[in-house]
Design a protein around this ligand. Structure first.
Ligand SMILES: Nc1nc2c(c(=O)[nH]1)N[C@H]1C(S)=C(S)[C@@H](COP(=O)(O)OP(=O)(O)OC[C@H]3O[C@@H](n4cnc5c(=O)[nH]c(N)nc54)[C@H](O)[C@@H]3O)O[C@H]1N2
Ligand SMILES: Nc1nc2c(c(=O)[nH]1)N[C@H]1C(S)=C(S)[C@@H](COP(=O)(O)OP(=O)(O)OC[C@H]3O[C@@H](n4cnc5c(=O)[nH]c(N)nc54)[C@H](O)[C@@H]3O)O[C@H]1N2
Ligand code: SF4
Ligand SMILES: [Mo]
Length: 867
């Protein structure tokens, strides 16, 4: 089989992949050496895509009311319910909630159907939770949502400022590119993040600022630039509009000491940052959710843009503000206008834009005003104003703030349609109609990555069951709602051409987003399309897409720092793990990826934990006014006092109690409508349990009736961790399959050990203890794979007759190398570099995602050795 070139399913880096079919639903994955985003490299998630393409858990047939239905019936039903609702209650009584994980072609037709033909702008997307502050900031600063940077700039910059971004985990190939630039040219790296992440490991400077003080920091930097003569007066004169009184306001109170005090960092560190900034005109500031997901997200974005505009560090090689996008097609969604606040093709709802789009689509019904933004949209559903909802490629019952409110809305909504590739998700439980969508590896179309590069996603497999592409599903519904010609496309290329035509339609250079050169691209050329970047070097001529051709500095003020609340004295920060993707519907299928973090942890400063009586490894409960969740406590001295961090990934499908989405408040930035996910007032307390246990098994139930439980994939089965109170025997019965049973339980000592075999093969093994001492998981997980399990005695002991040394938690998932192995090698062989560890153990030499973690172990081992 010849390899097929496609694009990674996950993040906005948009790495090219070269995939070779090796069997039915089997592929071998390599980085595409010719793709400009990654030049052959892939991170741990891309590398292990092959483990996620089985048909396990897939939704393969349409369902109405939980029962299989034909496509004809399902599409008729959806079209009729939407048409009836619109006829009775008007266009604004229906809504779509879509996603940056749709392809551009899917996204275009969803937007066209809702905004053009239904005539409502009630289509919003999960990009509202992700990029909308960047969009709003770009529009305020530049006049259009333009990311004025490219990955080649990374190869030319001398200073990287990573602000609110855990790049090493979330955009690993960008991080590797930054590291390469540092190795090649000695470029400097500053990381600005309240917690010490692996991105900080090797940085020249880490500013662990007080959360939400980024405006103060950037204003302080700009004031410093002005005092130091770093403002580019010529560039400002020609290209930047400065509001009256801007500099006077800025000078006030922005001295080094005041800023350091507001941000709660050492003045010397702040001075270092200013000095590095002064010394390196080729600066790229990369920002992501630590900036966007804030109640002042848009102002934070503009504070960054202000600095770059005022110092002329934009539209020059190696100098730009760089909003790095999260999802594989976050940018494509912005290009089609998928947000409720944008219309189409980088046009807003100004009357001439509405008229232009109406001419282009040939209808009079085009929505004339913005629709409801995600949080308001779901509030409106709960209040009964929206009566029919179609969710595509997103899991709002988990990922929206105050997810309990979202669940109320979904269950109150008279008609909910969910298009997903996975059958059981926390959201699809509320669906009246489930539509089976094609997933990565089956889809055919285009995506746009962080640096405006459009790449093809190509199908690797035939669509299984009755699965259909999202664009096909949407257009079939549109046709059944009566718009036959407007939605008669035969292939994705037809849609892409129309999208390209609209971008150029009566544009006349007013909108930089113009891909008109593809308006007549042939089908073969579309199929063979190489990755290409639109927009060249935006603003290189010093002109911006505003009325006067100038960019704008925007007056932004820090605003007050929220006081600590009596009932909710701590602050919860939420984000991502290196090897999981959002709600785990796909990465959760990969045993390799599960190795990195097998449970959701609450990371807490050891001194806070001591004060609260929380013991490392025990459970802790985090509560807010919205709800409560349970996590395993992990001490982290890289965490600021008073702040805790939890991952967003676990859902009801993989946990009891470990869901983070229900905790944040449904509060949003006033300009963008983006929720402030990074900072929620919480209470943290110990969660005492009487016993703890775990299960390895080929099959496990989804719902586990314990106070706390989580499950992750292992080869040939699952690992379930659980804890609870009372008699564990009832739980054990629900968890264990039938079969030949061996048991060594000691009720008096609160111990239970059971293994279930089938013709000598281990089906399940369960261990419960009241003291907390339990066998190591690794060997037992391996036993699930063995055709013949080891002796009954070994199984009940939970370790082999001849025990192997404990490897510790897995750091390198590619080569299965554990923390203890790496630490032993560092000490025994006096290794001092990541390369040396790689040469000794192979760790870190494949995808490289664990290299920052290895760096950390080198530092820690040295610290321990030096006492
Ligand atoms: N492994 C993995 N990678 C992913 C994803 C995934 O699910 N898993 N998802 C993708 C998506 S959609 C997105 S949007 C991106 C997100 O990528 P990132 O934005 O890098 O990831 P997060 O973990 O959400 O948050 C980034 C950092 O912001 C910091 N932060 C919190 N508050 C503040 C603050 O007030 N100021 C500053 N300066 N920093 C703060 C947090 O401590 C955190 O380390 O990742 C993409 N890549
Ligand atoms: N507390 C907190 N909450 C957050 C965040 C945070 O940092 N903190 N981050 C926010 C951000 S930035 C984001 S992007 C969101 C992500 O949140 P979600 O979008 O809710 O998360 P995913 O798990 O990516 O959901 C995608 C769904 O689409 C399905 N799917 C995948 N591909 C396709 C396809 O091609 N077609 C169809 N129809 N379905 C498909 C998947 O199976 C899955 O069910 O979470 C947000 N929520
Ligand atoms: S950095 Fe990793 S997850 Fe992101 S596109 Fe590249 S391989 Fe995929
Ligand atoms: Mo995102």
């Amino acid at each position: 089989m010849n390899p097929i070139r496609t694009t990674c399913a996950y993040c906005g880096v948009g790495c090219g992949i070269s995939a070779t079919r090796t069997g039915e639903r089997q592929i071998e994955i390599r980085g595409d050496p010719d793709h400009p985003a990654n030049a052959g490299r892939l991170c741990s998630k891309g590398t292990h895509l092959g483990e996620t393409v089985s048909l396990e858990g897939r939704l393969l047939h349409p369902e109405i009311g939980g029962k299989p239905a034909s496509w004809g019936k399902a599409l008729d039903h959806v079209a009729r319910r939407f048409s009836e609702t619109i006829a009775r209650h008007g266009p604004d009584s229906v809504a779509f909630y879509v996603s940056g994980q749709l392809l551009t072609e899917d996204y275009y037709v969803a937007n066209k159907l809702m905004k053009g033909f239904v005539g409502s702008a009630n289509i919003d997307t999960n990009s509202r939770l992700c990029m909308s502050s960047a969009v709003a900031g770009h529009i305020r600063g530049f006049g259009e949502d333009i990311v004025p940077a490219s990955y080649e700039d990374l190869d030319q910059a001398d200073l990287f400022v990573l602000i609110g971004s855990n790049t090493a985990w979330c955009h690993p190939i960008v991080y590797q590119r930054i590291q390469a630039a540092r190795a090649a040219r000695g470029a400097k790296l500053v990381v600005i993040d309240p917690r010490r992440t692996e991105t900080c490991e090797d940085a020249d400077l880490h500013l662990a600022l007080r959360p939400g003080t980024d405006v103060a920091l950037m204003n302080g930097l700009l004031a410093h630039c002005r005092r130091g003569g770093l403002v580019d007066e010529a560039f400002i004169d020609a290209s930047v509009n400065v509001p009256e009184g801007f500099w006077d306001t800025l000078d006030e109170g922005n001295d080094l000491w005041s800023v350091a005090k507001t941000c709660d960092i050492a003045p010397a560190d702040l001075q270092r940052f200013f000095d590095l900034f002064a010394a390196h005109p080729r600066t790229i500031t990369l920002f992501s959710q630590g900036i966007n997901q804030s109640l002042r997200g848009t102002d934070q974005v503009n504070a960054i843009l202000n600095v770059h505009l005022a110092t002329g560090r934009i539209a020059r090689p190696g100098a730009a503000p760089f909003s790095i996008t999260g999802q594989p097609n976050a940018m494509g969604g912005r290009e089609v206008g998928g947000l409720a606040s944008t219309l189409a093709a980088h046009m807003d709802f100004a009357p001439d834009n509405v008229a232009r789009v109406a001419r282009f689509w040939g209808v009079k019904t085009v929505a004339a005003k913005p629709g409801l933004k995600a949080v308001d949209l779901f509030r409106s559903i709960r209040e009964g104003r929206i009566k029919a909802l179609w969710v595509m490629a997103t899991n709002p019952a988990v990922s929206l703030p105050d997810a309990a409110m979202v669940r109320e809305a979904l269950s109150a909504c008279p008609f909910v349609v969910v298009s997903d590739c996975i059958s059981e998700t926390d959201t699809s439980r509320y669906a009246h109609v489930k539509l089976p969508a094609a997933g990565w590896g089956e889809k055919d179309g285009t995506v746009t990555n962080s640096d405006r590069t459009i790449s093809r996603q190509r199908p690797l497999f035939a669509r299984p069951g009755e699965v259909r592409a999202d664009w096909w599903i949407i257009t079939e519904v549109g046709r059944r709602m009566g718009w036959k010609t407007a939605f008669s496309y035969e292939r994705p290329a037809d849609i892409y051409r129309e999208h390209a035509r609209l971008s150029a339609y009566q544009n006349g250079g007013k909108r930089l987003f113009d891909i008109g050169q593809h308006a007549a691209i042939g089908n073969a050329a579309y199929d063979a399309m190489e990755p290409w970047r639109w927009g060249g070097t935006p603003f290189a001529d010093g002109r911006f897409p505003t009325a006067d051709g100038k960019a704008r500095l925007v007056n932004v003020e820090q605003g007050p720092i929220a006081p600590s609340l009596k009932d909710w004295p701590m602050t919860l920060n939420t984000g991502r793990y290196r090897d999981q993707w959002h709600t785990m519907t796909r990465t959760g299928l990969s045993p390799k990826l599960a190795r990195h973090r097998q449970e959701p942890l609450i990371e807490i400063h050891p001194e806070d934990a001591a004060e609260l009586g929380i013991v490392e490894g025990d459970l802790a409960r985090v509560s807010t006014a919205q709800g409560a969740s349970i996590y395993r406590a992990a001490f982290a001295d890289g965490q600021r006092r008073g702040e805790v961090f939890a991952p967003i990934h676990w859902t009801d499908q993989q946990s009891t109690g470990g869901r983070t989405g229900l905790l944040p408040r449904p509060l949003v930035d006033p300009h963008s409508g983006q929720p402030g996910f990074k900072s929620t007032p919480v209470r943290v307390e110990p969660f005492p349990v009487e016993w703890r246990g775990f299960l390895v098994a080929h099959e496990v139930p989804t719902q586990i009736d314990a106070a706390y439980a989580t499950r992750v994939r292992v080869p040939q089965g699952w690992l379930v961790e659980f804890s609870g109170n009372g008699d564990p025997a009832a739980l054990a019965r629900t968890l264990l399959p039938k079969g030949e049973r061996i048991e060594a339980s000691d009720a008096a000592r609160g111990q239970m050990r059971v293994a279930v075999l089938d013709h000598g093969r281990l089906k399940a093994a369960l261990y419960i203890s009241r003291t907390g001492s339990l066998p190591q998981r690794d060997w037992l997980i391996g036993q699930l794979e063995a055709a013949e399990a080891e002796s009954a005695m070994a199984l009940l002991a939970g370790r082999p007759a001849k025990p192997a040394p404990d490897r510790g938690p897995i750091v390198c998932v590619c080569f299965d190398v554990g923390m203890k192995q790496i630490m032993a090698a560092i000490t025994d062989q006096a290794l001092t570099s990541v390369e040396a560890v790689g040469a000794a153990l192979s760790a870190g030499t494949n995808c490289g995602s664990c290299r920052p973690a290895i760096q950390r172990l080198i530092v820690e081992t040295k610290e321990v050795a030096n006492g």
